[in-house]
Write a protein that binds this ligand. Structure first.
Ligand SMILES: *Cc1c(COP(=O)(O)O)cnc(C)c1O
Length: 854
């Protein structure tokens, strides 16, 4: 039955309880423990059954209970404390203000396809979303002027349950936005704010919802409105759902719609951060606006847009990037080529890794890479992998100079550390621990935490996990109609005193969730050969709905748990989400990770575990490769990489290494107790994990790094570029055009070296070069000597560069350059010379991709 009218009924609160609404609608409650406790206190069962959704809870709670707490002085005082904490937080001074001039009118626009903020907003699928959510929380803590853009999915990511055979099934609960902590944005006249985006043959409208994340606002677009046709209503239906067409529809809405939304809301961003390439189309709309509204040419507009764009890539395999066939790309966004005055191939070249390959698809990653002035991977190793993967975009540039750097991921401490553990750190380290970096002396105080207190606290966390695991298993088994015997068994799984290994992540095959059970006999011995030294596993994670091999891994684990006597020691918790993750990373004893190096870009759940004091046990990949993996856990292997035809062998070697670590290290150290029952060696490792990993692998450090290395310089470039109605941008764009045209006529005529092939250490070698600069002036180029030791292939490695100085002209058009090199080590050394473009407003000498070697 279609209604003739619809209403949005909001909860009616007694006036004294109005502040609850204020608290409920700002996600700060997630890391303001007073507020969270308050909602739990209001109605414990509703808090749990609403998936920790205070807005839904306020709508469902009985008037009688509201009346009761409205007269409860203890409750009202608690509420006042929570509200004061929120209000103080919203107003307090900030790191940003201390580091940036107050007059700089900055705004950083952050784009991502998913956000994992709290359990009750299921608009994320995994690591990327949780990272983006943590980025917003930390940006709020630091007071950055950041505004975030995303999509509000009607169905969000799927909920997981398992059938009787252990095969993953998906359910898509429909999100009811009116009962979530999101606000609908309206215009001054009260009507919905709508934005409009062109799609082939039609326009699509979207409404705008706001999510308050502390001081940061996240705006999300929703196309499910009656003015759109049925297909378009479903554009924002499902996160990463549908086919390639759905994907391009979503990415147009995210990128182009996102830019229009910010404009409609009155934002004038100075810096744009693309978190993964899904939002890459935003550059098309920015260039269009700069051309049509500011009167810039295409190259000028592209210059301005690029100077202020930052791109973070999260994928270590090229198959992970969105690729759209050329025709499809033109069908959907080809009208931008007309606006820009570009031919089809010129336009497609913006997103082609090799523009000469006319059959190649349009890559969102290539588009983002080519139009950004700062690009980073998400761990040191991922930076190395990304430079190799995209080396082809910078022809002639040595691999280690490819302008892709890395900023290692982090996690939001106040969101992932168990409440009791936070209180312990607050007590012994002081409340600012969650934001302090590695250089802060506060971390020395970790050793002062009494062993006993740390251990008892951790044991409590483990018990909580066991209780939670039993409840969850029972609930899911009951939902699928399991037998009474199965239910009884589920009520007794796990043992709160036993060494607990945690493994939780997406079930992609490269993550090898079943590596630990490769040799089941040996595993069984480890699990329970010695009844005083037992081991148990808690496992969770979802497979992508279309990833059948991933689902098979889950089924293999479920089947293994059903083998004789296993159900007690190996448990698979269904429907992994932020809540399950938090209980696992605090309640397990060791965090296990077994990806095939180097396929884990960073990984963050291990960081969450480390922050709770857990040692990691992991393949040297992602973040763990750069951690102190000896002091704060155990490395599996030594960072070996294997070729595709050796994967079986790799599994064998690494599973054996894993078993050995269990047998020789993990189990013995855990069960080595002193007279007070404390595992002193284990506790020492826990303290090292806290002392060394907390200060670095957190989003406070990460977002400070984004701010100082990426946002501030891009903001400065924006300030420079826009002066005098974009005069510097126009200057730079026309300079680039000149350099690009002249470049192929630049020549190295001759290079004279002051000595023959034998020199002594510390001897100076003088080099004089004659260069043909064609139509360029000496100030347009940087001439460098490039020298270093030779590898067995005769290639220069670990080079150093020396800038050569121009010494005037030498008759007909050649310019003389000189420079000195001092050799400070012996052996076979090589020397060459190279020329790069130089301009004060370039973000990097490699921005044009031009380089000339002698
Ligand atoms: C932290 C987290 C992730 C990411 O974990 P990885 O170690 O990067 O796989 C995924 N999902 C949830 C719910 C998380 O909390």
């Amino acid at each position: 039955m279609q209604p003739i009218r619809t209403f949005n009924v909001s909860p009616s609160l007694p006036p004294q309880l109005e502040p609850l609404r204020h608290l409920a609608y700002n996600l700060h409650w997630d890391w303001n423990t007073e507020a969270k406790d308050l909602f739990r206190r209001l109605d414990r069962d509703l808090w749990e059954s609403s998936r920790h959704n205070p807005v839904l809870m306020l709508g469902l709670i009985s008037q009688a209970r509201l009346k009761e707490v409205a007269e409860d002085e203890g409750f009202l005082a608690h509420m006042e404390r929570a509200v004061r904490l929120l209000d103080d937080y919203l107003q307090e001074g900030s790191w940003y203000r201390r580091h940036r001039k107050p007059e700089s009118q900055e705004c950083y626009a952050y784009f991502c396809a998913e956000y994992g903020l709290v359990d009750c907003l299921p608009i994320y699928s995994g690591g990327l979303g949780v990272l983006a959510g943590d980025h917003l929380k930390a940006a709020s803590d630091l007071g950055l002027p950041l505004v975030a853009v995303g999509l509000l999915y009607q169905e969000g990511y799927f909920a997981q349950y398992l059938n009787a055979d252990g095969w993953q099934q998906e359910r898509y609960p429909v999100n009811d936005f009116y009962n979530m902590p999101v606000h609908l944005e309206r215009k001054a006249d009260g009507s919905e704010l709508l934005i409009e985006v062109e799609y082939p043959g039609r326009k699509v409208q979207a409404r705008v919802w706001r999510i308050d994340v502390g001081r940061v606002k996240l705006y999300v677009l929703d196309t499910n409105i009656p003015s759109n046709n049925a297909y378009d209503q479903d554009i924002t239906d499902e996160l990463y759902g549908g086919d390639l067409d759905t994907r391009i529809h979503q990415e147009i809405m995210l990128g182009i719609g996102g830019i229009r939304m910010l404009k409609a809301l009155g934002y004038k961003p100075t810096v744009y951060h693309l978190n993964e390439g899904h939002s890459g189309f935003l550059i098309l709309e920015r260039i269009r606006m700069l051309m049509q509204e500011e009167g810039l040419s295409f190259t000028e507009a592209k210059q301005v847009a690029q100077s202020t764009q930052i791109f973070t890539t999260h994928t270590p395999v090229s198959a992970g990037f969105d690729l759209f066939p050329a025709d499809k790309t033109m069908h959907f966004v080809g009208h931008y080529a007309n606006i820009y005055g570009l031919s089809r191939e010129e336009f497609l070249a913006l997103g082609r890794e090799n523009p000469g390959d006319l059959g190649s698809p349009f890559s969102m990653a290539a588009l983002a890479l080519k139009t950004s002035s700062f690009v980073n991977g998400v761990a040191k190793l991922h930076g190395v992998v990304s430079r190799a993967m995209f080396h082809g975009l910078w022809n002639g540039l040595p691999l280690d100079e490819v302008p892709i750097t890395s900023i290692t991921n982090g996690v939001h401490a106040r969101s992932c550390v168990a409440k009791s553990t936070q209180e312990l750190y607050d007590r012994y380290l002081g409340p600012s621990w969650s934001e302090k970096g590695p250089e802060d002396p506060l971390w020395d105080k970790v050793s002062a935490i009494p062993d006993e207190e740390l251990w008892r606290n951790h044991e409590r966390c483990r018990s909580e996990l066991v209780v939670f695991a039993r409840e969850r298993l029972v609930k899911y088994l009951r939902d699928r109609g399991a037998s009474a015997a199965e239910l009884a068994q589920a009520e007794e799984v796990l043992d709160p005193k036993v060494l607990t290994i945690g493994f939780a992540r997406r079930f992609a095959t490269y993550k090898r969730a079943t590596l630990f059970m490769r040799d089941k006999e040996r595993l069984e011995k480890i699990l329970k050969a010695n009844k005083h030294r037992r081991v148990q596993f808690v496992i969770a994670g979802k497979a992508h709905p279309k990833d059948l091999p991933g689902k098979e891994l889950i089924r293999d684990i479920i089947h293994f748990t059903r083998e004789e006597g296993m159900s007690h020691s190996v448990v698979f918790l269904p429907d992994y989400d932020i809540h399950v993750a938090r209980l696992m990373v605090s309640g397990c004893d060791v965090w296990l990770n077994t990806p095939r190096r180097p396929r884990e870009a960073s990984g963050t759940s291990g960081m969450k575990a480390a922050m709770n004091g857990l040692p990691n046990l992991s393949i040297l990949d992602g973040w763990w490769d750069e951690a102190d993996y000896v002091k704060t856990g155990w490395p599996i292997g030594h960072g070996e990489e294997y070729t595709e035809d050796n994967l079986e062998y790799q599994d064998e070697v690494e599973a054996n290494a894993l078993y050995e670590l269990f047998e020789q290290e993990v189990v013995p150290i855990f069960y080595d107790r002193d007279s007070e029952g404390l595992p002193r060696g284990w506790i020492a490792k826990m303290k090292d994990a806290i002392r060394l990993n907390c200060p670095f692998f957190n989003t406070a450090r990460m977002v400070r790094e984004y701010a100082t290395r990426a946002y501030f310089p891009a903001g400065d470039r924006n300030f420079v570029m826009t002066q005098g109605h974009y005069a510097p941008a126009k200057g730079l764009a026309s300079w680039k055009e000149k350099v690009s045209q002249q470049w192929y006529q630049v020549k190295v005529e001759s290079v004279d070296v002051s000595t023959d092939s034998h020199i002594k250490v510390n001897e100076t070698v003088s080099v004089k070069a004659r260069l043909q600069l064609a139509g360029l002036a000496p100030e347009d180029v940087q001439v460098e000597l490039y020298q270093g030791a030779l590898d067995p292939h005769g290639q220069i490695v670990n080079p150093t560069t020396v800038v050569m100085e121009p010494q005037g002209k030498d008759g007909n058009q050649t310019t003389i350059y000189t420079g000195d090199v001092v050799y400070d080590s012996s052996g076979l050394q090589g020397l060459t010379l190279r020329i790069l473009p130089k301009h004060e407003n370039l973000s990097s000498p490699h921005e044009l991709g031009l380089i000339l070697w002698a």
